[in-house]
Design a protein around this ligand. Structure first.
Ligand SMILES: Cc1cc2nc3c(=O)[nH]c(=O)nc-3n(C[C@H](O)[C@H](O)[C@H](O)COP(=O)(O)O)c2cc1C
Length: 212
């Protein structure tokens, strides 16, 4: 099967090679076995700017964020990716602050560019808050016409250090199954495109605010 697009895996942990990376890397290995190229994007340790609701991305011709950082790099290369996986450590039963700041701006300035790509979330925690964080991250995809890829269990691994995650056999298997499902769905979409299946034709979006 011929694949046309890569997978972007976003590591939302300040620990470059920590638990979240270990989970994402398990997915990347499966994708590699299927001949699908992937890239793990590390957001770094520096604070990431949050959305300032300036609407620059909506008004400007290039539809890029007013803060010219990794968000704009991802948007500028979005054509290359058929799937986006976001990974986060659990911080107080939520995703990391950096990742939320990054995703708020990425999705707000996406202006339809991420539509039709597959999305998946993975989370890493020591003990609790994984499903709340998993739900939180999936919300970005479910408002963006991005089919969410699932696995045999909710996509979580457990540990304080990568060595702990390596002992979480079920968690790692869940990651491998997710990788299989991403590869399978990308293959189905590629086959559909080749056979001439059109992309969905969307109506002009209606946006109503709850005011009278
Ligand atoms: C500020 C902070 C808050 C945390 N909150 C939680 C939490 O709510 N639940 C939990 O199980 N682990 C929590 N942890 C632990 C991390 O989620 C866990 O060690 C994770 O696997 C680290 O992933 P990483 O190595 O990719 O950074 C927290 C860690 C930090 C630094």
């Amino acid at each position: 099967m011929e694949y046309f697009q890569k997978v972007l895996l976003i590591n939302g942990s300040p620990n470059e090679k920590g638990c979240t990376y270990t989970a994402l890397n398990e997915i990347a290995k499966v994708l590699d076995r299927h001949g699908i190229e992937s890239k793990i994007l590390y957001l770094g340790k520096q604070p990431v700017a949050g959305c300032i609701a300036c609407s620059h991305c909506k008004r400007s011709q290039d539809h890029l964020c007013v803060f010219d950082d990794l968000v704009n790099k991802v948007l500028s290369h979005s054509d290359e990716y058929g799937a986006i996986v976001v990974g986060s450590p659990v911080y107080y039963a939520s995703a990391s602050g950096q990742l939320i700041a990054f995703l708020d701006r990425l999705f707000h300035s996406s202006c339809g560019r991420l539509s039709g790509k597959l999305g998946a979330s993975v989370v890493s925690c020591r003990r609790g808050g994984a499903t709340a964080t998993f739900d939180e991250l999936n919300k970005y995809f479910s408002i963006s016409n991005m089919p969410i890829v699932t696995s045999q269990y909710w996509n979580m691994v457990h540990g304080r250090k990568p060595e702990d995650v390596m002992q979480d056999e079920e968690g790692l298997q869940t990651m491998r199954t997710l990788g299989e499902n991403i590869a399978w769905l990308m293959s189905c979409i590629a086959a559909g495109r080749k056979a001439g299946v059109p992309s969905p034709a969307y109506e002009k979006q209606i946006a109503t605010d709850y005011i009278r």
